[in-house]
Structures are given as C-alpha cells and as structure tokens.
Design a protein around this ligand. Sequence first.
Ligand code: C2E
Ligand code: MG
Ligand code: MG
Length: 886
Amino acid sequence: MTLNAVVENAVMLLALCWLLAFTTSEWYRSAKLSAKLLAGLWFGSACILGMMSTSFGESGIMLDARTVVLSMAGLFGGPVVAGTAGVLAAGYRLWLGGIGVVPGLANILLPIVLGLAYRCLHRQGLIRIGFWQLLGFGAMLHLGVLGVIISLLPDHLRFIAAKEAAPPMLLALPLATAALGLLLNDLLKRDLVERALRLSEARLRAITHAIPDLLLVIDEDGCYLDIICADRNMLYADPSLLLGRHLRDVMPEAEERRFLDFIRQTLNSDTPQLIEYGMQTLGGPRIFEGRALPLEQPQGQKRAVVWLSRDITDRVNTELERRIAAIAFESQQGMLITDGQNRILRVNRAFSRISGFSAEEAVGQTTALLASGKHGPEFYRTMWASIEATGVWEGEIWNRRKSGEIFPEWLTISAVRNTTGDISHYVAAFTDITDRKAAEERIHNLAFYDPLTGLPNRRLLLDRLQQAMAAGCRSGQLGALMFIDLDNFKNINDLHGHQTGDQVLRIAAERLQGEIRASDTVARLGGDEFVVMLENLGDAPELAAAQAEHIGVKLLGSLGKTYRLNDLGLYSSASIGVVLFGTDGSSSDELMKRADMSMYEAKVAGKNALRFFDPRMQQAVQERLRLEDEIRQGLRNGEFVLHYQAQLEQSQGIIGAEALVRWQHPQRGLLTPGAFIGQAEHAGLIQALDQRVLEQACAQLALWAQQPAFAGLTLSVNLSAHLLYEDNFVGNVLDLLERSGANPARLKLELTETLLLDNMSEAIARMTQLKRHGIRFSIDDFGTGYSSMSYLQQLPLDQLKIDQTFVRGLPEDTSSLTIVRATCALAAGLNLEVIAEGVENEAQRTMLLANGCHRFQGYLFGNPQAAASFEEMVMVSRAEQSTLSP
Ligand code: C2E
Ligand code: MG
Ligand code: MG
C-alpha cells in the first residue's frame, strides 16, 4: 500500500464525488428523503469503489479515501446521506473481512460523526468552510483515523500499520478532504447561486408579466428587441410580431422621429425619462405615458432602452373631467358640497358673493350656517325625505346672508351615493331670486291691485268674492256686495283736471277702508266705481241687510264729506247698490250685475242714496238683455225703418222733414225710439243703428232729388254723438252721400249738446270737415243740457232746435216762454236758424211766431209717418198753398 495508491484512490473518489455533485441540488437542498437516500447511495458507492480499487496492505488493513468521502457526506449531506453511505460502506467492509475489519468499521463511523459535527458547527456559524478549515479538519480526522487504527490493531501490527498508514493519512487524505470539501462547497454554492438566479429571473418575469404596462426594449435605431404586453389588445393582436421590426414600420415619420429623439435623450441620461403620446390601438385611441431607462447591453451590441408604457387615457380623461367640473363648479350659481353629515367641504365664488361668507368661513361649518329660521321643522323633514327617496330636491327656500339679511333662493340639492349606495356627499346649487321675487310681486300687484289707490282690482275682487260665496255656502253666513259710484266725479275731473280727480279717488279709497273691518274688502273697478264686500253678516237675511245698510249709510256719510285738496274744497256724494249673497248660489257675475243695477237705481232715485237689489230689477235686466238680442237681430233683418215728420216754415210751408227711426218688431208691431234707443246705446249698438238710418235717409234724399215736388226738401237725421266720434265717421258719411247720390246740402244732422261737450275739439274738427261739403248741423233738444254760450260760438252750427218741453208750456208758462225768447234771441245773435219741435196747437205757433221762431215741427202739422204718406201730405199741402196764394 503506497502513498501513490492512496492518492489515486483519493483522486478517483474525488472524481466520483464530482460527478455526484451534478445532482447536488437534489440532495443538498431538497427535503425529499428519496433524494437523500440516492445521494447516500452515491457516496456509499464511491466508498465501495474506493475500497474495491485498493487492496490490503502488509498490516492487513485497507487504506482508501472512504474517510474523506464519508466525512464530506456528513458535512454536506447530513445524517441521512452520510448514514446511508456509512451503512453501504460498512456492509462492504464487513463482507471483505480481514484483520482490519474493526478499525475499518470504526473509521467509517468516525468520519461520519466528525463530518456531522463540522456541519453542526458550521450551521451555528462557529466555523467556516474554507481551505484551511477543511485541511485542518482533514488532518484532525485522519489523525483520529490513524489513532483508531493503531489502537484497535493487535500490538504486532500496530507499528507496521502506523508506518504504512501514517504518510497517506497525514499527507494525502487531509489534502483530499480539503479538495473534496472545496469542490463540493463550490458546486453547492454555485448551485445555490444558479437557483437564486433562476428564481430571481422567474420572479422578474412574473412581475413584468403582472404589470399592466407595455414593456419594450428598443435599441438606439428604433428596433424592437423585446416586448412584454400583458394586455393583448393594447397594440397588436400578437405583439411578438413587432420583434425585430423598427419604429418606422409601425408609425408615421414625425412620430418615429420624436420617439428616436426620446430614446437618444434617455441613452444620454442616467435618470428615467418621460414622454406622453397618443396612439391608435386595437382598443381605440389611447394616451400613453412612456418611461425609459438606458439598458446595459453586452459589449459590441447596440445601445438600447427599457421602455415602460402606461395607458393613462383614463387618468387624462379623469383629469380633464375634473378640470371641467372645476370650471363648472365656478358657475354663476352659488354652489356648495357637503359631506354626508352636512358639513361644508367646498363652496364656489358665487356662493361667497351671494351669501357673504368666504370659503374659509363656510368650510367646516354645517349648512345650518345659512338657515333663516323662516321654515319650520316640517319643511326640512319633507325636503330630506324627498332627497332620501329620489336623490334630489328642488324648491324655493329662504336663507340668511352673513349680513343677517334673509333672502329667497331657488335651491337644488342632489345626493351623491358611494359604491355601497350610502349617501356620501350632497351637492347644492342655488340662485338668488330676490329680484325675481320682487318682479313677481310687482307683476302680481299690477295684475291684482289698482295702481292708483292700491286697492284690489276687479280680478282680485272677483276671486275673493268667489271664495266668500263658497265659504258662505258652507257656513250659511251671509255677505253683502256694495257697488259705489261717486255722483259728481265726472264734473270734478272735467273742471279740475285728472290729477285732482285722482286725488279725490285716493281719498275716497282711504275713507272706504277706514269704515270697514280688516276682513272685508274694498276694491276699485275703475273710474269712480268702488266695491265693498262685507262677509260674515250672520245667517238671517233681515239682520244682514240691516248691518249692510248701517255700513252703507256710514260710507255715504264718509264719502259725502268735503274733499279738501290744497285750497280746493270739493264735494261729491255717492250712490250705493247693495246685494246680499251667500245662500242662493248665484254666480259672482250675476251678483256684480245686481249690485250695479241697484246702484243705478240709487242714482235714478236722486243720487246720494243706497238701494238694495230687488228681484223685480232682475226681471227688467233680463228683459233688457232680450231686447238687446232682438235689436241685433232686427238690424240684421232690416226691421228698422224711417218715419218722416214734416218741418215747416211760416211762409213757405213744408220745407223738409225729420227722419225718426221706427222698429217694425215682428211680435210687438211698430215701436218708437223710446222703446229701444236707450238700450241700443247701452249695448253699443247705436252706431250700427244710426248708420242704417243714415243710409236710408240718404237713399230717400236721392229719391226725392229726382222728383221736382220733393227735390227742395231737407232731411234732418238724429245722430248719436258716439257715431260722430267713430274713427272714420267723416269718410263714411261722404262715402254714403256719394254712393247714394244725395245732395249733401239737403242733409241736416241733429246732435244733442251734452254729447258734443264730451270732446269738443274733435267734434268741431269733424263737423267742420263735413260742413265743407255742404252738410248742415242742428242742436236737438236745445236748452235741456249744459248749455254753454261758448260752445255755440265754436261749433259750426246752422240751427237750434227748441226742445218740446219748452214749447209744451207755451203760451202760459212764463219760464218756458223766457227760454224760448232767449233761444230765439241767441239764434238771431249768432245768425242761426231756430226751429221749435213738439208744436201741437195754434196758440203755441202764434206765441213762437211772436217771439221770432218761424220754423215748426209737431203734431199740429203732422205726425211722423212713412215716406209714402209723408210725400202725399207734402203734395196736399202744396196744393192747398197754391190755392190759398193769390
Ligand atoms: P227728437 O229728435 O227730439 O224727436 C222728436 C220727438 O218728438 C219724436 O219722438 C216725435 O215723434 C215727437 N214729436 C213730434 N211732434 C210732437 C208733438 O207735437 N208732441 C209730442 N209730444 N211729441 C212730438 P220719437 O219719434 O219717439 O223720437 C224720440 C227721440 O228718439 C228723438 O227725439 C230722437 O232723440 C230719438 N231718435 C229718433 N230717431 C232717431 C234716430 O234715427 N237716431 C237717433 N240716434 N235717435 C233717434
Ligand atoms: Mg230730433
Ligand atoms: Mg228733440
């Protein structure tokens, strides 16, 4: 047994162990028992091979490198590996037998125990695995092995064995131990590193695959070297197709240039570079943020960058939306955002402008900051219930400004719910509607109040009346409606002007209000008409009427007092018509009409009076209404005809006629104007009627013009001044004359003075125009109206017609005589014709003649009659005259 043999043995074992090392990862780290047993088999087999390739020395002992293998199996493999190897080696050694069996077995156990001890110490960090440590360990182990050999061999062999074993044991095997230890340690370390590397690479790959971003490696020429794309839809269905292609292959030139510049810039910098760009992807246009870093490349390869592209489309859109929301938030409307507990989080500038609270003052406070105290808890309860149920509330609310001023606003509150459906925020938007409210109130006042007196107008009165009537029906309480008209108001207006009139009306309004209870209503209908509505007058009509009368009398007294305006003392009594309401279910319109009628009755009764509505009046009203309808129908059917009453001149006989309208009523026969003129005027039908009369009169004149016997006759036509004031009255009359062919000089229009005074200047203008065409004018019923000398001078008149009331008194009644005389003198003075109507007897004629009136009209000469009989009468009269005349 030479040192060479041991070295050989050791080298072979080393080689075997080195082979074994290829599977190190299996037995070294793995907890699998099978792997460890296999490794144990390997180590054991190595020992057996070692023992096989050596032979017994002179001392009868085998010297091989099994101690090296087994100690390293203990150190690196642990108890299972070393144990398995030990059992195998021991088995073989036993089988070989020989004198060295016992020390041989001991030398199998010893390296295992020491190897395991080393392993233990190493694990505790007490000893490293290095060359010197392993060499020391090998030396110590083999000293021990040598010790075992010497001590266990019979005395005669001890020396030989020591001589034989010592050199290889102390020279070769410690070195072999160190070499095998280092080899195994190195292999295992490398294996560890490789495993760590593989692990780290796998982890890196997992991470790169897990990030949603697009990862590219692009070289400085724009060539795609690597692409990792988690979202397959991001760019191309198969991004690997890009590998090896260039930027220019997939994007426009300008874009490519921008990217290349960016890559170069990244390569020249050692910090990450950022770029934002838009790109058309399979999922539509998206915006990306690229972040690139230079990548270390093996020598000789082109420089490259790692480029991480993140899809920031959503972020950009969100940012854009946030910006839009921020701008929208700063609208003209006041806005505030609160949390779920109504704590203000944010307000806009309009909020501060409207409320007076700055953002700093408002944020952190609850919305109670703005509460006006004007709404009760019920209001807020309903509001929050609506928000809870529908998510929104909208309405008018009163809030308080910082200044303490309370103002109305139009408020919209919307609840914002989080993903779990709970309300997280409230968004409130409001506009200050102070101005709108004021405007609304102004409009309301204009619509419902009389601007002059501030009293309710007709509309509001009717509204209240309806409510009062409904309430009366329910409660059985009676009320009273009083129509009040100032008796002398028109004169005050005419004489003192409208301003004074307005003042009188205001005072009258105040006086009325002063006399009634706050729960009653005073309204002004217009002009000098007022209405007082009294409510809750009890359920007994007599008592209610008595109360109403009592108040009515008070009102008369109050209104009848002198109106003191500066230095003026004006007086105007009033007429009041009263109607009770509450039980009979009449309409408000009817009640108003009845009160109006009663007032009219009071006027007829001599003014300054109070009249209650009488059911008989109602009948009269209905009759009047029916008459109105009949007049309309009569006009349509041509039922209005003319009768002619002769007008004479003392010496010439019949010189003309007055056309007097008659109504050929289908049921009632021929009616005189007294039965319908008043109603036609009241119903606004008089213009149409007069127009019809004028047409017929012109036609008649035209007919007469063709007959010499009548060609010289004049025709007087009564005209209501309403017609005179009609818009195109002048044109209309001239047109009529032209169409009929009547001679204007034969037409005389009779007007009453009262109506002429209404609008003197207009009357003068129109009359003058007509007069230019030859038409003449007569003042009818002269002396009965407000005769004023001045108007007689101004109006372009031709004739005065003494009213029949004065003629009737002749010859006895001196006052009539005085008026007749005066009228005749006036006419002579103004160079006007004078005619007397209603001449019924010779005495009257004689008296008129004696006073200078030579023209007459009256039953003495003939009644009004149809054209034919009138013409006959003219012929007879002419005949008589010619026989009388010499
Ligand atoms: P008037 O213009 O003053 O007409 C005279 C009225 O006296 C006529 O009544 C006539 O029939 C009546 N009368 C004539 N002679 C005598 C007499 O000797 N004694 C008495 N007691 N009365 C006499 P009539 O036709 O009933 O007309 C009444 C009034 O109706 C007219 O008064 C006139 O104001 C009006 N009137 C008549 N026709 C028209 C018309 O076509 N248009 C308008 N607007 N009013 C008319
Ligand atoms: Mg007349
Ligand atoms: Mg008359």
